[in-house]
Design a protein. Structure first.
Ligand code: CU
Length: 151
């Protein structure tokens, strides 16, 4: 009886493993290495202001498009993905829900264009600022931004 139970358990485990395996491999293997983050930097906020912007470059070495959906950091209460657009001849910022990085391409967040908008900053900011970028496939990547002065 004991050995039968053991056998049954082994059978269940084997079956569940077989069912679990395709789900595991459906996400891209070693996905963490397929997005490369570089040149991450945070603009030193204007004295007395609790908001600023961050810039970085995202390189997608995978074949498929990846989508940045959220960014968080302990030193900022809220981080939004923003873009700039011209509206009636005026440059405006607008929040976007996600940022697509096509396969094999890079997307550059830089002053005057795409950027991460930082709110509720915990001042003063350190020189090195860890932040976490999360993607639509559930993957989150940590990076460290450096503080820079716009002047
Ligand atoms: Cu903005």
């Amino acid at each position: 009886m004991f050995s039968f139970a053991k056998l049954l358990l082994a059978a269940i485990c084997t079956v569940s493993l077989q069912f679990a395996a395709p789900a595991v491999f459906a996400t891209e293997p070693s996905a963490s290495s397929q997005i490369q983050i570089s040149n991450a930097r945070v603009r030193e906020p204007i004295p007395g202001r609790m908001m600023s912007a961050a810039f970085l470059t995202l390189k997608n070495t995978a074949k498929h498009t990846r989508k940045l959906v959220s960014v968080s950091a302990e030193w900022a209460g809220l981080i939004e993905i923003h873009t700039h657009l011209h509206e009636d001849g005026v440059m405006k910022m607008r929040q976007i829900n996600s940022l697509e990085i096509p396969g094999g391409e890079s997307v550059v967040l830089e002053p005057g264009g795409l950027h991460l908008m930082l709110f509720k900053l915990q001042l003063p900011l350190e020189d090195t600022l860890p932040m976490e970028l999360c993607f639509s496939n559930g993957e989150c990547i940590e990076t460290t931004a450096t503080l820079f002065s716009p002047m």
